[in-house]
Design a protein around this ligand. Sequence first.
Ligand code: AR6
Length: 315
Amino acid sequence: MATVMESRYAIDTSANLIRFEVWGELTAESLIELLDQVRADPRYVPGMHALGDYREAYGNWDYSEIQRFRDYLMHIAVPCEVRWAALFRPGNLAAAAHVLILISEAVGSDIKMRMFEEPAAAMRWMRGEDRPGVSMSHEFLSGRVEVRTGDITGLPVDAVVNAANSTLLGGAGVDGAIHRRGGQEILRACRELRETCYPQGLPAGEAVLTTAGNLPARYVIHTVGPIWGRDQQAGVLLASCYRKSLALAANHALESVAFPAISTGAYGFPKEEAAAVASTAICQALAQADAIERVSLVFFSDADRDVFLANQQFG
Ligand code: AR6
């Protein structure tokens, strides 16, 4: 007796992971419905990895079914390389899934799919631990620092750090994403700071704190990174961004802070050197700030994260 597909899912924001499990007869339509439901969940953040357990599912996908699901995947806008692992029992659906994976990769979706028979192997791949030359550990300083990929605007931390510019009035990159998702309240607070404390703008290397508006975070710490090739002593200024942001967080008794890779986008600071500067500054700042329990370093792509991991000086 065929059972129509049933499913359940869980979103683990701290692991940047969606886990779902499906059983019964799997069709492209039912899978698309489930993924739409996950993506509409307020806890979902574009850029999350996914682990789908299809071991109790079965079905016969023909080419049109595969094509349908492939088209769906192509339309999901993900901001970076996202890893979706699928657990299969050999024989069940596996042939169809294999074709689907091959097509997805040939077409170049940002979603990288792989099939596994073992949950542990799937988790290793999702954490990027299969790649040679990449550090196994994404945690440093006894877990006080974690390194991850994703969209920083979705993190429910005490403070998200913004890679702002001196005007404090918004821009592109992380700054644009924070203002877009956080709404007008952040801009109002920034305007007030300009009118009161910083009429000439916030200098590079400094940090200020505002409300986080509609973001899941409680506060935004705006810091202005150095512009590579223009600002003298760019390394000193970049270190100051991290140190002053953490000092500000400590003064407000905040426990969790998430940083993007300041200055490594529009401001052109070389990522390798930025990794050394940022990790050294964070290490020094945390030694003076016992109350800060967790610093998340959030990279927009796995490639950027790996450059950081290869060049960090946490030890
Ligand atoms: N979450 C995490 N990281 C992100 C996100 C995101 N949502 N968006 C981008 N990144 P940038 P900067 C990464 O340019 O170099 C703005 O216009 C991105 O891939 O945002 O300090 C400001 O207004 C890159 O690795 O900051 C300033 O004018 C990193 O975040 C200027 O850009 C920083 O890129 C600041 O330039």
